[in-house]
Design a protein around this ligand. Structure first.
Ligand SMILES: Cc1cc2nc3c(=O)[nH]c(=O)nc-3n(C[C@H](O)[C@H](O)[C@H](O)COP(=O)(O)OP(=O)(O)OC[C@H]3O[C@@H](n4cnc5c(N)ncnc54)[C@H](O)[C@@H]3O)c2cc1C
Length: 436
């Protein structure tokens, strides 16, 4: 049988591509190597942010016309509506899982001094979602409009030919070779298929590989009010942040990260923060119900993700990650672009244009912003973290560290020259002025 579109991977990118393409009448097959639809094997913190803010900065780059996908939520009694904006149409997703509201990310020093991302805690930053439920819903909707879904089926190879794409699969009953007019490769990070297809040629390894470790907790006794979205720092125990947030249904997670080349033992870090640190109190009554780990690659993105008859969608071609909403937007666009290509139009140009304007990692300006402030726990000691957070909080400054420290750098150099020098890598004269 010849398909119009075979999609490899039923994560947010692939599931959304399958739903959209099937809704538009294409003959679609969705392949997923896991045996249950929507089952997730790769760790993800599951927060869906409202608005178009980035990971390191809330500012929008101006060197590239940004057309990022944004989200809105409509809450109902039995189900919620998630809307994706920034695509050719507003895309609506019905979601039946729990939503864990995230209010005002809060940075906490060893002495308990805090500063926050927003001036008030009235505005939601986003929701932590039950990602399995979200994916199950998308896959079910795709099936209901005629998409064939094969789980427990791994794509082992793909060949793009002028006449279409040959897809090799393996499942419990054996191996098969399938033919499709177009394919979407949405198989996530560390994709061997992407490598096979030659997409990684010339794609230099970036700043390296990060390891993550997270514990899922049954409760949290946070002294920081409504905000359970915390970033804890104690450089004497770990030169990075330990992050705390919700985890549906009704749970929390505490996690941290480090370069894979470092000798940092992440479970030791989490055990220390939870059991033997000034933060231990909030974890005292908590039980660890699950542990999850994963790696993330920091590599330059692949600019022309749509080539020939294949569109590579989501984390496989990204710098680090595209996030859930980004991957869903890409899945939607990959379906539209595949359909355009099947009608003889330049679907690849349509897709690549969306991809190259949808993510901050394509902006050289944003990349520069990320480098201008060093990670606080990596360069400061416990006392300096206390002093810096007191300095920020006493001035009622709120925002991402990268933004607020840079925006207030002159004052910081004048008043806390040693700390400013460590954060910005510049030397200062005795009056506190930067001389770099
Ligand atoms: C530590 C960490 C924290 C994160 N936190 C967040 C967060 O808070 N919020 C957020 O929005 N995003 C977060 N992300 C990112 C988010 O998880 C991803 O960006 C998103 O899931 C990417 O979707 P995707 O469809 O590209 O790939 P994936 O979600 O990885 O899905 C790929 C799918 O393809 C399947 N597959 C792989 N190979 C094959 C094959 N050969 N054959 C068949 N099937 C195959 C896999 O089983 C999987 O189901 C985080 C990521 C990491 C690593």
């Amino acid at each position: 049988m010849i398909y119009d579109l075979i999609i490899v991977g039923a994560g947010p990118g692939g599931a959304m591509a399958a739903r959209t393409a099937a809704q538009n009448g294409l003959k679609v097959l969705l392949l997923e190597r896991n045996s249950e639809p929507g089952r997730i094997s790769r760790y993800c913190s599951r927060m869906m942010r409202i608005g178009s803010v980035g990971f390191q900065s809330d500012k929008v780059p101006t060197d590239l016309e940004m057309k990022r996908v944004t989200l809105s939520f409509e809450l109902g009694d039995e189900s919620q509506i998630i809307r994706l904006h920034g695509l050719p149409e507003v895309v609506t997703i019905e979601y039946r899982g729990e939503l864990g509201p995230c209010l005002n990310k809060t940075w906490v020093s060893p002495s308990g001094t805090v500063f926050r991302r927003r001036a008030t805690s009235e505005n939601l930053e986003g929701y932590v979602v039950d990602k399995e439920e979200l994916l199950r819903g998308l896959i079910l909707e795709a099936e209901q409009v005629g998409c064939e879904v094969r789980v427990g089926t791994k794509c082992t190879a793909m060949e793009d030919t002028p006449d279409g794409v040959v897809v090799y699969i393996r499942h419990a009953a054996g191996e098969e070779k399938l033919i499709t007019r177009r394919a979407v490769l949405a198989d996530g990070s560390f994709s061997p298929l992407l490598e096979q297809l030659g997409y990684n040629k010339g794609r230099l390894a970036g700043r390296g590989r990060i390891k993550f470790m997270t514990y899922i907790l049954d409760r949290l006794d946070s002294p920081y009010g409504e905000s359970n979205h915390l970033s804890l720092a104690m450089p004497s125990r770990h030169p990075g942040f330990v992050n705390v947030n919700r985890w549906p249904p009704g749970r929390f997670h505490v996690g941290t990260s480090a370069s894979v080349t470092s000798r940092i033992n992440l479970p030791n870090v989490l055990n220390t923060f939870m059991g033997d640190s000034p933060f231990s109190g909030m974890f005292a009554g908590a039980k660890i119900v699950e542990k999850q780990a994963c790696n993330m690659d920091l590599r330059p993105p692949v600019a022309d993700a749509a080539r020939g008859n294949v569109i590579a969608v989501g984390d496989n071609v990204a710098y680090a990650e595209t996030a859930i909403k980004g991957a869903m937007g890409l899945g939607y666009m990959a379906a539209i672009a595949s359909q355009a290509a099947l009608l003889g139009q330049d679907g690849n140009a349509l897709y690549n244009n969306h991809w190259q304007h949808g993510f901050n990692f394509f902006s050289p300006q944003y990349k520069r912003w990320n480098k201008r402030i060093r990670k606080m726990p990596a360069v400061l000691d416990d006392m300096q973290i206390n002093t810096l957070y007191e300095w920020i909080s006493s001035r009622n400054i709120s925002g991402m560290p990268n933004d607020i420290l840079y925006d207030n750098r002159d004052q910081l150099y004048r008043e806390l020259p040693e700390i400013a020098g460590k954060l910005m890598g510049e030397t200062v004269d005795p009056s506190g002025r930067s001389v770099a």
